[in-house]
Design a protein around this ligand. Structure first.
Ligand SMILES: Cc1cc2nc3c(=O)[nH]c(=O)nc-3n(C[C@H](O)[C@H](O)[C@H](O)COP(=O)(O)OP(=O)(O)OC[C@H]3O[C@@H](n4cnc5c(N)ncnc54)[C@H](O)[C@@H]3O)c2cc1C
Length: 462
């Protein structure tokens, strides 16, 4: 029987950084990192964040599909090689499929590996729709797309979340004719209505995109090409295309882990953890897409990995997760970046907030770069003037999303942003411009109150 201080299952963003950080902090400890593909980077590197953003970058240039394929190969190889080379010496990387054997042990190829602590980071897999028809098992997911790297002439995409929208716009820019199927009459249901409006307009006016909304797919058949039979406005319709790509949500990879043997509880969304990402088995932690209710991003997995590594190092559950300060970017056209609580969520929680926007059409940098379509929006707690949410809609919102993340995560007030000197002309100036705009309105409102009351309130908030 082999024994390790820490065993990590999964070499993606949820697992690899725990191995790196923990092993560096504890050079005397033995760490085993098991990945079924024997590669580091997970879905993010091979079939997710990185290849999709490579395509996005290059779809805006005049590079050929061959050049895109070669560039993708080069970047993926470079990154996975570097990750392996950077593994500390006390980490052993094993290419294998791990399952649990007991509360302190996993099993790999009939061999038992005992651990003091274990971290599960096995990710999630794309859901496959269960329509009728002989074409369903030929439907592509993101995994098939990036494995094949073929550009079909016509592609039907099912889904209206982030993955579906990114694929639709990128591939349409690369010349693919897209049918985008939505069961509802809109897209991106978790995003504020005003923020998704510009993306929706761009989808509608793109010559290669055909939006098929309020459509109920009934059957998908395949014979030389795909045949999609669906109902819309009480009519049955049929469409033909070369390929179909499904992006209708994801499920945690828990079915083959034998979690019961280690007394690890789960629900239909994944492994259940507490705020320290500890499972019902106190020696086992879980991180990333495999965790129930966990925001499915690479950066949230990196964040979770740091919390687990630190708590394991301290041998005490000191740090805990807080996803109210999460940030993410939809790499659509224009980008939508969100930090903290959206307007939709704030209203759902009944929070007392004030909201205001800064339009990029008055912004110097946006005007210079011909990117003046879009806005910056703050969701501010009325009582404290603390910025609890930021939404940025702009072609390059990803470039300034980090500042939004810092503001929200550090619970900054309008006055903190105003007192920051932002360089001119940059898009980041929008943060101080919007703060001044909101503070100005707030002061004008307050000056209508008795002067003593106003002065006391200003002292608190300015
Ligand atoms: C198309 C697409 C675009 C995306 N774009 C972004 C983006 O721009 N930004 C962002 O932050 N996120 C993005 N994501 C999400 C991101 O890829 C995931 O949230 C992230 O990869 C989750 O990391 P993870 O480590 O939990 O899982 P994974 O990355 O899936 O890694 C899990 C690892 O576990 C291994 N494994 C699985 N089962 C076992 C087993 N039994 N034994 C051993 N090893 C096992 C797998 O081989 C894999 O390496 C995107 C996803 C997709 C699909």
């Amino acid at each position: 029987m082999k024994k390790y201080d820490l065993i990590i299952i999964g070499g993606g963003p949820a697992g690899t950084p725990v191995a790196m950080e923990y092993a560096k902090l504890n050079p005397e400890k033995k760490v085993l990192l098991v990945d079924k593909n024997g590669e580091l980077g997970g879905e993010c590197l091979f079939e997710g964040c990185i290849p999709s953003k490579i395509m996005k970058e290059i779809s805006q240039t005049s590079k050929s599909w061959e050049e895109i394929k070669n560039f993708k190969k080069e970047i993926l190889q470079k990154r996975s090689k570097a990750a392996k080379e950077n593994l500390p010496k006390n980490v052993e990387l094993l290419k294998a499929n791990a399952t649990f054997f007991a509360s302190h042990a996993i099993e790999i190829d009939n061999e038992i590996y005992e651990f003091e602590k274990c971290v599960i980071g096995v990710g999630s897999k794309p859901n496959i729709p269960n329509y009728a028809g002989n074409g369903v098992d030929k439907i592509w997911t993101n995994v098939d797309f990036f494995k094949n790297m073929q550009l079909p002439k016509t592609l039907s995409i099912i889904g209206t979340g982030a993955i579906a929208i990114e694929f639709t716009q990128i591939l349409a820019d690369l010349g693919v004719k897209i049918n985008l199927f939505s069961r509802s009459n809109t897209i991106l249901k978790k995003i504020d209505n005003d923020a998704k409006q510009l993306v929706l307009e761009n989808l509608k006016k793109h010559p290669n995109i055909n939006l098929i909304f309020e459509a109920n797919i009934k059957e998908i058949n395949f014979e030389n090409q795909f045949e999609i039979i669906y109902t819309q406005n009480n009519q049955t319709k049929t469409i033909y295309c070369d390929k179909v790509l499904s992006a209708i949500g994801r499920s945690a990879n828990i079915s083959n882990l034998n979690l019961e043997k280690a007394e690890i509880k789960y629900d239909k969304h994944g492994i259940i953890t507490n705020k320290h990402l500890q499972t019902s088995n106190p020696n086992v932690y879980a991180n990333g897409d495999v965790v129930s209710g966990f925001p499915a991003f690479a950066h949230t997995a990196f964040y979770g990995a740091h919390i687990i590594a630190q708590n394991l190092f301290l041998n005490h559950n000191f740090f805990e997760i807080d996803f109210d300060k999460n940030s993410w970017v939809l790499f659509s056209n224009p980008n939508i970046a969100t930090s903290g609580i959206s307007e939709l969520e704030a209203n759902k929680r009944g929070l007392d907030i004030i909201i205001d926007k800064y339009n990029f059409n008055i912004d110097a940098k946006a005007q210079i770069t011909h990117t003046d379509n879009g806005f910056l929006k703050f969701i501010v707690e009325k009582k404290s003037l603390k910025v609890i949410g930021v939404v940025i809609v702009h072609q390059e919102a990803n470039q300034i999303a980090g500042e939004a993340a810092l503001i929200v995560s550090n619970q900054m007030k309008l006055k903190d942003i105003i007192s920051t000197i932002h360089p001119h002309p940059t898009l980041s100036e929008s943060f101080s411009n919007l703060s001044k705009q909101m503070m100005g309105k707030w002061m004008m409102q307050k000056l209508k109150n008795p002067i003593i009351e106003t002065l006391l309130e200003m002292e608190r908030n300015i």
